[in-house]
Design a protein around this ligand. Structure first.
Ligand code: SAH
Length: 277
């Protein structure tokens, strides 16, 4: 039986006093910062299930949704979708414990999964578009910045079709894996530069960006259907962070396009970049 199985601390493979330089005490601290796996797992279980519930439980998501509702997210369709998608399955298992906190989390390659409150807020904004509010659903949606696919899964519950573009191949592949298990047949994942939109599937009733640039790319406006609405983070004037921008494509009496734009609260998204990697 190993030391560990008997509950004794496992000996570090290198004799500490044989290591040159630092004193043994200091070296011990440097080399053994981790707790035993068993202790860490026990801690994790305590944190994950404060009231005996695992992350798989719908009640954990309901608690998140109640919090978002208290904080002002009022669209019940969006809250319902957030209550349905198991966010913990879209992040690394080591971070799953934090999946129902209102926080962005790393998903690798310098990118993050967006905060649930921001996902909810932006999708609720899309519901205010002319076509979406008439139809009671988001219609044909273009998402720029698939990441791990979480928001695409939420959108899938609220839209007729979702086309989602990611410029980083490993994340595109990860999202494909994450979504395959969910049988979302009306979600199309595209590996490409989202600044160009996706002309073959245009026009879109709703466009949502999960990365913020200096401007709103012309292709997005060109691919936004009349009656459609776009919501995206964008650099604020004067280099002061990012704000949410909403643009509605309206037709005037003569049938000419007008793009009506409004600016909303400050946000913090990863940068919208050009090209693919
Ligand atoms: N939608 C994700 C958020 C991912 S973070 C979620 O559900 O949480 C934003 C993503 O946008 C990153 O993965 C980043 O690689 C991607 N991105 C940035 N610029 C892009 C571009 N031009 N085209 C497509 N994806 C882009």
């Amino acid at each position: 039986m190993s030391d560990e199985a008997q509950g004794r601390p496992r000996r570090f493979p290198l004799p500490l006093d044989k290591l040159g330089g630092a004193k043994a005490g200091a070296t011990r601290e440097l080399l053994m910062p981790q707790r035993h796996l068993r202790e860490a797992a026990a801690d994790a279980a305590r944190q994950a299930a404060p009231s005996g519930l695992g992350l798989d439980s719908a009640q954990v998501r309901q608690r998140m949704v109640q919090r978002l509702r208290r904080e002002g997210l009022a669209d019940e369709r969006v809250l319902q979708a957030l209550a349905t998608v198991p966010r913990h399955e879209f992040v690394d298992s080591a971070l799953a414990i934090q999946a129902y906190e209102d926080t962005s989390l790393p998903i690798g390659h310098g990118q993050t999964i967006s905060k649930p409150s921001v996902v909810g807020r932006m999708i609720a904004m899309l519901f205010g578009g002319a076509t979406a509010s008439r139809q009671g659903q988001l219609g044909r949606v273009l998402e720029i910045g698939t990441g791990c696919g979480y928001q695409a899964a939420v959108l899938a519950l609220l839209a007729k079709q979702v086309v989602s573009i990611e410029r980083l191949k490993p994340l595109h592949d990860k999202a494909r894996q994450n979504l395959a298990q969910r049988r979302h047949h009306h979600v199309r994942l595209i590996y490409g530069d989202g600044r160009l939109g996706h002309a073959p599937a245009a026009p879109f009733d709703s466009i949502i960006a999960a990365a913020g640039g200096e401007d709103i790319p012309a292709a997005w406006l060109a691919q936004l259907a009349p009656g459609g609405r776009l919501a995206a983070p964008m650099a604020a004037a004067g280099g002061r962070g990012q704000v949410l921008v909403v643009i509605d494509h309206q037709l005037d009496a003569g049938g000419a396009s007008r793009f009506v734009r409004s600016e909303h609260e400050a946000v913090l998204f990863v940068p919208l970049k050009s090209g693919v990697m």
